[in-house]
Structure formats: structure tokens, C-alpha cells
Design a protein around this ligand. Sequence first.
Ligand code: NAP
Length: 302
Amino acid sequence: MCYDVIILGSGPAGLSAAIYAERARLRTLIIEEKPLSGGQILDTYEVDNYPGLPGITGFELGQKFRAHVDKFKTEIVNSQVKSIELNGDKKTVVTEKGTYEAKTLILAMGATHRKLGIPGEEKLLGMGVSYCATCDGAFFRGKTVAVAGGGDVALEDALFLARGCEKVYLIHRRDEFRGARILQEKVKETPNIELVLSCNVTEIRGEGQVSSVLVHDKKTESDRELEVQGIFIAAGTEPNIALVKGLLEQDERGYILAGEDTRTSVEGVFAAGDVRAKQLRQVITAAADGANAVTSVEQYIR
Ligand code: NAP
């Protein structure tokens, strides 16, 4: 059986694409690798900028998206993808559960956390090093932790952790934050968040559990050791492109080059959501990509 479209990924872009594809009566298959649909928003405590749903948790929003797709009874295969063949009229996706063919592919594999690549980061993963404050923050109630990064996620993580932790060091490599002004204001108003600016985290220390982080002040060229029991790394994301690396045009950071119509350099292959090179990576832009991708799929198939 040849599907009209296979959607790889079940975050906001993939699920939005599925809704539009079902409404267009396209034979649709979603292939998801994770046990839960929703993508990165599952790790987000609160999504406060998706219109109409102020303050909704990321988990709830992910569930709502998935429930909307389930209304259409879309076929979903949960399996690791082993390889993809993009060229030709039929696109092939080989998974651990079987091989699937489609006229078109929507690549919506999203992005994952960037690592700092410093000593101690890998060794102490799960022992105080975390990339998800909403998943692991509760383990640090009453303790002192650090957050590394200066984007929306770092600011949100610091605010979230400050509710339960005694103290939060927010360590950023510049003295200006990248994240939203409203979050910056809230961070500055929160008494148990201490800003550690123009500093790089150079090492995470501890035996079996994080006990401190070493930071290097770029302005004074001095080092400082901060006693913390955990560090939450929020240094941005990298696209999940291992499967398609080199198979289509990508920018220097690996994001797939495609315009608003989501068309990639390969005929019949479309890129939606965080995996696409674009200005703003948020739920609303991912969902919009999913919708645009299906419009392009319809044009291509016709
Ligand atoms: P981001 O906006 O790319 O920010 C990453 C931060 O990490 C930057 O401050 C960056 O510093 C820093 N960084 C990167 N590499 C580093 C390194 N090697 N060492 C130290 N610091 C490093 O990523 P994000 O905060 O994860 O957000 C990802 C996307 O999701 C963004 O588009 C964001 O707007 C969106 N998002 C939105 C919301 C919301 O609107 N509610 C919530 C969460 C996420 P520099 O600033 O110096 O580059």
C-alpha cells in the first residue's frame, strides 16, 4: 500500500499536518519514535503564547493536539526509523516494524537539546545534570541549582525551579538575554534567582551527584565555583536530522532549507516545524508549518 503522505514526527508540526491531511482526505501515516506524541512541548511547563489557551501546560497542549488527530483515526506507527529513501516517485521509510511507502514525506522530526560539551556533563547526566526542568525539577526541592542558557527555555526553567528550590543561579554567557522581555522581567523580580552573566560554565563537578559547577567570568577572566546540587542545561536545540543528513539541502547548522511552503530541495519532500530553517521556533509556527506542508503536498500530488 502506498500512502499519499507519511509524516515523520508527532510534535505540533506533525500532528497539525495530520489534521490537515485527514481533512484533505489524504491516505496518511504518522511515524513517531517517542512513546508519547507532543514533541518538545511535553517538556515545557507552561505554554503561555499559544492563542486562546493562556497558561496551558505543555503536556496538556500535546495531549489536546493528539486527541484532535485521534478524532480522525489517523494511522500511527510507533517505531524507530532506520533509513529513508527520498528520491523517486515513491518515498520509502524503513522502520523496525516494517517498511512504508508514500508519494510524499513531511519531515517533522523536530529538534533536541544542545549539549555544552564540558567535563562532567555526560558523567553526571541523571545525577544532577538535566536538560528538562519540568521533568526533573521536583527532585531538587529545597536545594540550590544552576540553569545554563539565556533563551526562553532558560528563563522559564529558572522561574519554574525558583518556586521549589532554595536558590537558582542563572548562568548566561552574555550579559543580555535572548528570551522574551516578559520572562526577563519576571526573572529579575524573583528574589531567589541570582544572575551570573558573561560567564561560561566550564566544568560540572561531583562524585555520583553534582556538587558544584565551575564558571569562568569572561569580563574579569576569573573562575568561580558555585555549590549546586543540580544543573539544568538550556543551551538551545539542534535539529534531528541524522536520518536525512546530506540527502537534501541544509543550512550550516543542519536545519533543512525550505520556505514557508515547506518544499525542500527534493521533490515530494517537505519540512515542517523545528527541523526547518526559520526565524522563530514555537508551537504556533510549527503548527503553521504542518498546515502549509499539507497544502504543498496536495499541490504536488495533483
Ligand atoms: P535559544 O533561544 O536558541 O537560546 C539558547 C540559549 O543558550 C542562548 O541564550 C544561547 O546563548 C545559549 N547557548 C547556546 N549554546 C551555548 C553554549 N555552548 N554554551 C552556553 N550557552 C549557550 O533556545 P531555547 O531557549 O531552547 O528556545 C528554543 C526555541 O523555543 C526558541 O525559538 C524559543 O523562542 C522557543 N521557546 C519559546 C517559548 C515561549 O515562547 N513560551 C518557550 C520555550 C521555547 P546566546 O544568547 O549567547 O546565543
